[in-house]
Design a protein. Structure first.
Lengths: 799, 162
């Protein structure tokens, strides 16, 4: 390893041992406060379920989770399902389960395992770690991917709080549900410092209200949809020196914004944490019964031994049963003897009903006998398969109150040291061929009294009653087809073969996914930015098939005012799921929202609407703005050029852009961002070409540094963007012949003219100090042109 | 014959051992790559934060109060010392505001902005490491805000935005 490598390694190791660098709530103040409150809330009547020392373990875990580098995994953006830095690290939801590349010693599963089988205190300590993560999911910085190593408004405010407003515990079915719910709540309803009204669709400012502060001054506040102050409305000095309205979450004088954040988010953090603690205790009980985690964590050789033992036991059992049947079992008597009616005057419907039940029983018995006969030839397999069915049939018969079925019930048959347990029988739902319209299904059936029935889907379990009945509800069954296995187990951990059911669930409402083909060629990766086009191609798909027709709706943004929606295509045929629209955006910058409505083909009742897709059109979002073809006073080889963004927001990333000489002699890729209305200066060979301006990119233009890159007889540039569908020409200048011309730069003037219009270009041979500091070349001499700043020709002048 | 057989057996043993070693190395490698990658990502982020903290540690610009910092900034901005003026901002905002100020100068806004900032008032104590000064119009409505942050190392107040 090189010296540099050692330095890096030492830094990494040093960082690991540096005391906490907190990104969420303060680990020494806020997390202990929230965790202590949650422990109290999780118990009955505000009384903790834990001893004082156990509580200390949970609180300590919630403090230590912030150790470096653990906090890198404390982010969960639920909108994009990713962790810190756009997914560079695992989400806190995955981290809580140890599902990241390096593992997590204090995961949810470790907590349960340690509490049940190992060190109880260690289990509670790990629980504290998980509780910390859930609390962080209520902090907008953590759910809007907005880490602030130094300045963090909300968390700094939270640090000085020593009590939490009253809260109610939140009960959810799984740990993941807690993460999803907490993260969605904080992401969608509150801002972080650098994501105010950007990067995420919500929250929106639903209203602004002016209030008189304690100092008698009037302040304006922005509210979210449930009436909480989410930003102070104020102003800052914009790039052009003009005052611009902005929103800020810091509000010093009255602290009203932060107070609303704390009063809403802190009780949520406590309520969710209390729910998680309660869930932990219930998962612990479940684990004690099912032992599923224990089995998962067995070393491979123990699993192998276990498997061999089970197989051996099964083999012994089958041999034993086969022998036993041959020696002892008498042929089964006729299933049903017609019963004498005790009262010949019984009403006819009852006789009919009794006959029907009997017929069913006969049918069942015949099926069982046929099945047994077919399987008897398979080395005793018949017994193994038939026994559970016989057992279950007898259960049904007895529950129906008939004693006429004389099937011996070999519920468990001891063979040497092994026990064969019949799998549970499912009576309800009776029909798995139908599609269920709910994600929550209650199963009931029969099994031997005292057995525990459990499933492999959510590890839920139920104890069979004295009459051999069990019931369990499985929630969150996903949309589509699922296979669930049910097992029965006795108190010695003997487990039956599975009873497997496959079922279909369809509970999602009809939804339409709308996309616009043209957006594949968007000039921005953040939003659909297009050059004006003659056609737009819309494609949509539905989550469920059906007999629908569609309307395509357009809403136009007229310089800040969204107009009324307009139907631009009506009653699109039921067989179509796409539309092509002739369309041309006017002016420089136009924005449109598009939506598809699905309606009943005959009644026109609207069943569903797609989410809105926004397209922004600009004929020249980014242009070649000035060309320093002559170099500078210092050297004619010190060539440069400049791009400008005509967008008001946001920044454009130029990673996929490149510039080429119009003659095709050279080209090179651009990189980095160009800010809204900003300039992007490219200097040749060195950033000293224009010594008092910083270049956004330095490139050699051509290999030979002793030759001019621009061909003086044909000066011109093209700006391109690479896409999967081919390169798109973004902007192009005219061609100039500057052979023998005076030294100058070429600069663009009018924004509304196309760049190829030569009348929009002017020659700049000098510099006007009254417009600001002039450009200076590498010899500190004032040179011509306005590289990196507004063009002289674009500055409005009165005379 | 025996010698040939022994040689053959030895070769087989060596080959078997080599295959075993390759398999072990492959298994180790496929397990270690994600961990190394994770450690590298951690290093990148943590060293970036360390650089920022270093910048704060070395930063001595600013006043003992927000008002003092704003005064120091205005004086530098007024005389065109934009580099000095930008240093009164927090390190992560210095280049952004240097470019803004260059633009303001270019657009002839210096006097207007200095005059605006001279009306900024500070009131009430801040109980955190952030602070704010505001410009109010005659109707007692908020016109412009200037935000500050206290560098915990130097205890100097820095500009965050205006």
């Amino acid at each position: 390893m090189e010296a540099n490598g050692y330095v890096k390694l030492m830094i990494i190791l040093a960082l690991v041992f540096i005391p906490t660098l907190v990104f969420g709530y303060s680990s020494s103040l806020t997390h202990p406060l929230l965790t202590s409150e949650a422990i109290k809330l999780s118990g009955a009547n505000g009384q903790s379920n834990f001893s004082e020392s156990e509580e200390r373990q949970i609180v300590q875990g919630s403090i230590d989770e912030d150790d470096v580098p653990r906090w890198l995994e404390h982010f969960y953006d639920p909108i994009n399902n990713r962790g810190l830095n756009g997914g560079q690290f695992a989400t806190s939801k995955r981290w809580a389960h140890g599902q990241n590349s390096t593992g997590n010693d204090y995961s949810w599963e470790s907590a349960i395992y340690e509490y049940v089988y190992g060190d109880k205190n260690k289990g509670l300590y790990a629980l504290g770690h998980v509780v910390h993560l859930v609390q962080d999911a209520t902090v907008p910085d953590h759910t809007r991917d907005d880490p602030h190593p130094i300045i963090k408004t909300y968390e700094t405010y939270a640090k000085v709080k020593d009590s939490v407003p009253p809260s109610d515990p939140t009960y959810l079915d799984s740990l993941d549900a807690y993460f999803d719910s907490a993260a969605n709540f904080s992401n969608s309803n509150f801002f972080s410092d650098d994501t105010i009204l950007k990067y995420y669709p919500n929250p929106k400012i639903s209203k602004e209200i002016k209030e008189i502060g304690f100092d008698g001054n009037i302040r304006n506040y922005g509210y979210n949809s449930f009436n909480k102050k989410v930003a102070l409305v104020t102003s800052k000095i914009g790039d052009s020196g003009v005052i611009q309205k902005v929103y800020n979450i810091y509000d010093k004088n009255d602290n009203k914004v932060m107070a609303d954040y704390w009063n809403t988010l802190a009780p949520k953090a406590v309520g969710y944490s209390a729910g998680v603690i309660k869930l932990f205790l219930s998962e612990v009980e479940k684990e004690k019964t099912t032992g599923i985690l224990k089995k998962e964590r067995m070393p491979w050789w123990e699993k192998l031994l276990e498997l061999v033992k089970i197989k051996t036991d099964q083999l012994l059992a089958s041999v034993n049963l086969s022998i036993k049947e041959k020696e002892q079992m008498t042929p089964l008597p006729p299933l049903l003897e017609p019963e004498e009616k005790e009262d010949p005057n019984l009403p006819a419907p009852e006789i009919e009903k009794e006959k029907t039940v009997q017929e069913q029983l006969i049918e069942i018995r015949e099926k069982l006998e046929r099945l047994k006969a077919e399987l008897d030839g398979l080395n005793g397999a018949g017994e193994l398969v038939i026994l559970p069915a016989v057992y279950s049939a007898n259960r049904v018969f007895s529950s129906l109150g008939t004693s006429t079925v004389n099937l011996e019930a070999p519920t468990t048959t001891t063979a040497s040291s092994s026990i064969v347990i019949a799998p549970p029988i499912i009576i309800s739902p009776a029909d798995f061929s139908v599609i269920f319209s709910t994600s929550s299904i209650t199963f009931s059936g029969t099994a031997s009294s005292g057995l525990v029935v459990f499933n492999n889907f959510d590890r839920g379990q139920a104890t069979t009653s004295e009459i051999g009945e069990w019931t369990m509800t499985i929630n969150e069954i996903p949309q589509g087809s699922s296979t669930i296995k049910f097992f029965a187990r006795d108190n010695e951990d003997n487990v039956s073969l599975p009873m497997e059911v496959t079922l279909g669930v369809d509970y999602l409402p009809l939804a339409i996914n709308l996309s616009i083909d043209n957006c594949a060629q968007s000039l921005s990766s953040y939003f659909c930015l297009l050059k004006p086009t003659s056609t737009l191609n819309f494609i949509w798909s539905l989550t469920k098939p059906g007999d629908y027709k569609y309307d395509l709706i357009k809403t136009e943004n007229d310089y800040g005012d969204w107009q009324s929606p307009e139907t631009v295509a009506s009653g699109v045929s039921v067989s179509e799921t796409s539309a092509r629209l002739n369309f041309e955006a006017r002016d420089l910058l136009r924005e449109f929202k598009w939506q598809v409505l699905a309606m009943d083909a005959s009644s026109s009742e609207v069943f569903a609407s797609s989410s809105e897709v926004v397209t922004t059109f600009h004929p020249r979002p980014i242009v070649i703005n000035e060309i320093g073809w002559a170099g500078t006073i210092a050297s004619n080889l010190d060539e440069w050029f400049e791009l400008q963004s005509f967008l008001f927001e946001p920044s454009l990333n130029l990673e996929d852009y490149y510039v080429s000489d119009t003659n095709g002699n050279w080209r090179f890729d651009l990189s980095g961002d160009i800010s809204p209305r900003g300039y992007y200066l490219v200097e040749r060979g060195s950033d000293d070409v224009i010594s008092n301006r910083s270049a956004q990119l330095v490139d050699n233009f051509i290999d030979d540094s002793s030759t001019k890159a621009f061909d003086l007889s044909k000066i011109g540039l093209k700006l391109w963007r690479k896409t999967d569908l081919g390169d798109i020409l973004i902007d192009e200048t005219p061609l100039w012949d500057k052979t023998g011309s005076a030294l100058s730069s070429l600069e663009r003037t009018w924004e509304d003219r196309v760049s190829t219009d030569i009348s929009t270009w002017e020659v700049n041979e000098g510099c006007n100090e009254t417009d600001g500091p002039c450009a200076v070349d590498r010899n500190a001499t004032t040179t011509f042109g306005t590289p990196g700043v507004i063009n002289m020709a674009s500055i409005p002048r009165l005379w | 014959m025996d010698k040939m057989w022994r040689d053959f057996s030895r070769k087989k043993a060596v080959l078997g051992l080599a295959i075993f070693v390759i398999i072990v190395v492959l298994i180790w490698w496929t397990n270690i790559i994600p961990i190394l990658n994770q450690r590298h990502q951690e290093y990148k982020v943590l060293s970036g934060i360390d650089k920022l903290k270093e910048a704060y540690r070395n930063d001595t610009y600013g006043g003992a109060t927000p008002e003092e910092t704003l005064k120091m900034f205005t004086e530098a901005f007024k005389v065109g010392d934009l580099n000095l003026a930008s240093k009164y901002f927090i390190p992560e905002k210095q280049s952004e505001y240097l470019a803004k100020m260059q633009n303001w100068v270019k657009l002839g806004k210096v006097e207007e902005i200095v005059s605006l900032l001279s009306r900024a008032k500070w009131s009430g104590d801040s109980n955190t490491n952030q602070d704010q000064m505001d410009v109010w119009n005659s109707g007692k409505e908020l016109e412009v805000s200037v935000f500050f942050f206290q560098n915990e190392n130097s205890k100097k107040w820095k500009l965050m935005g205006m």
